[in-house]
Design a protein around this ligand. Structure first.
Ligand code: G3P
Length: 218
């Protein structure tokens, strides 16, 4: 499974990359706003310089012509930019045009398996089902991912599933058990992935035993 980080924060991306298992980055307008950024070009270029993996940059235009022009502009910023488009009819039409130009699209704000089927038919390279937001409404978000996996496998679609809106390590675990291609994970959750109380306790005991053995020897 590939791990992306879901952030527009440079420091978080650098730290996550230093762990050695970062495969890409996803951003969105809310994450940009959190960093105080209203013009995302500079930040997208800076992120693309930090990783050779795909970096999703979200288009803000909602009308067909402006959406296409903005997408082409974002794609020109760096070779590893992936265009994030919303799952709307305009987004799907634009996805098809961009896919024909070999521009990779990540169709976002996916909340149902049928939406995911449409995105695959449009030629999306990636789709982003929002599992945490679905869970918040009482729907099992990872259940939708399972349905998407079944549909894509039924028809041989190569669209990669980015499990998004991840809130905790359990989401990553379940995504991996389902065989989802990618999890895009907030920095706080990335830091929880390796931690287990028994690992900490075990390490403390090993170090204490070693210190005692040294004392006895001296
Ligand atoms: O990047 C899209 C997605 O991960 C958003 O997550 O936490 O705002 O639901 P969240």
């Amino acid at each position: 499974m590939k791990f992306f980080i879901d952030t527009a924060n440079i420091d978080e991306i650098k730290k996550a990359a230093s762990y050695g298992f970062l495969d890409g980055v996803t951003t969105n307008p809310s994450l940009m706003a959190k960093e105080g950024i209203s013009d995302q070009d500079g930040r997208i270029k800076a992120i693309c310089a930090l990783t050779s993996g795909p970096v999703s940059a979200e288009v803000l235009s909602t009308e067909p012509e402006t959406m296409l022009a903005e997408a082409r502009h974002l794609a020109s910023l760096a070779t590893n930019v992936v265009i994030k488009l919303p799952l709307t009819m305009t987004g799907l039409k634009t996805t098809k045009i961009l896919a024909n130009e070999d521009i990779h699209v990540n169709v976002t704000l996916v909340f149902s398996a049928l939406q995911a089927l449409l995105a695959a038919k449009a030629g999306a390279a990636y789709i982003s089902p929002f599992v945490g937001r679905l869970d918040d409404t009482g729907v099992d978000g990872l259940g939708i991912v399972e349905d998407i996996q079944t549909i894509y496998s039924n028809y041989g679609y190569e669209t990669e599933i980015i499990v998004a809106s991840i809130r905790n390590p359990q989401h990553v675990l379940r995504a991996a058990l389902l065989g989802a291609d990618i999890s895009t994970i907030p920095f706080s959750v990335i830091n929880q992935l390796a931690s287990h109380p028994m690992t900490q306790q075990g390490l403390a005991t090993f170090l204490a035993d070693h210190a005692r053995a040294k004392e006895i020897k001296t």
